[in-house]
Design a protein around this ligand. Sequence first.
Ligand code: NAP
Length: 314
Amino acid sequence: MRRMTKANSGDGSNKKSSTTRPTITPRKTRGFAPDLLKGRVILVTGGGTGLGFSMAQGLGLAGAHLLISARNVDRLGQAADTLRSQGITVDTIGCDVRDAEQVAAMVRRGVELCGHIDGLINNAAGNFLCPSEDLTPGGFDAVVKIVLYGTVHCTLAVGRHLIERGAPGSIVSILTPYAWTGSPFVLPSACAKSGVMTMTRSLAIEWGVYGIRLNAIAPGPFPTEGAWKALVPDAGLLDGMIEKRIPMARVGEHSELANMAVFLMSDLCPYQNGDTVTLDGGGWLAGASEFGEYGAYPREPMKQLLRAMRPPKK
Ligand code: NAP
């Protein structure tokens, strides 16, 4: 995969980026106790690839027993082998989240295998770029059925299981900052992710009484094979764009998202309910703010320009 930023040092120190802006490198070491999630069974949809795999890895290293699901069972099997080689306990279940019956069967199978399910990461998604005037009803359905319907099917199935057991639980959905802002060329995804945010808030209110927490994470750009293949028409288009657009001047590291998922799944934040945590280096705020572009301009020349604008002292 094409790296979009200069290589990081991995020591947590500040280094100069290609834009001469310093970047803070996330720690690669896992800061969580290896038994933080011991005894928990967590289902990760789309857990065989990309960010789903990275979150599964983080949750597994924190002691969770994992259930990973997706349609491509061969790929799931390979992912499970990699996780097992790291000492993680994992089972795989093939499932198309668009189909409520398959989702109900997935939850039944997970309970058969592990006795119970305590957490769910709604990560499975599909997306493609398309000018909205060219969008077909089928194209709209294709994304909304995975992202919105699929997430609702999984959430209701796991929620019913938790309620029947009288057990607490944590459900985390993976959104995107454009769930708030909207975005050109990804209308079905933007509509679906906003719907999932509303689901998160609605059920946080409705199911808090059962001890079930619902939260979401809205990641900015985190390079994955799936997302880059579907959403980056020409890598050259991105040259320098991320560094300019995002105050932290880089893309996200998978370990950062995994750490957030572990935190939200754990008992470290039992009062966190109905929230969406944005993980985008401040990108969406910079885009929305009146003078956001000025923040990316080299600071010294910027200061000179601003000094030149001030009226002379009398
Ligand atoms: P990815 O590797 O393509 O992940 C998508 C996963 O969803 C795959 O494992 C896929 O497996 C699964 N999936 C798709 N359709 C499914 C279906 N009908 N039923 C069950 N599983 C299905 O992409 P990613 O970049 O890691 O994205 C993961 C999540 O992060 C998504 O929710 C995405 O919207 C979100 N996100 C990513 C970024 C980013 O920069 N990467 C930014 C913001 C948000 P199968 O094809 O085998 O089913």
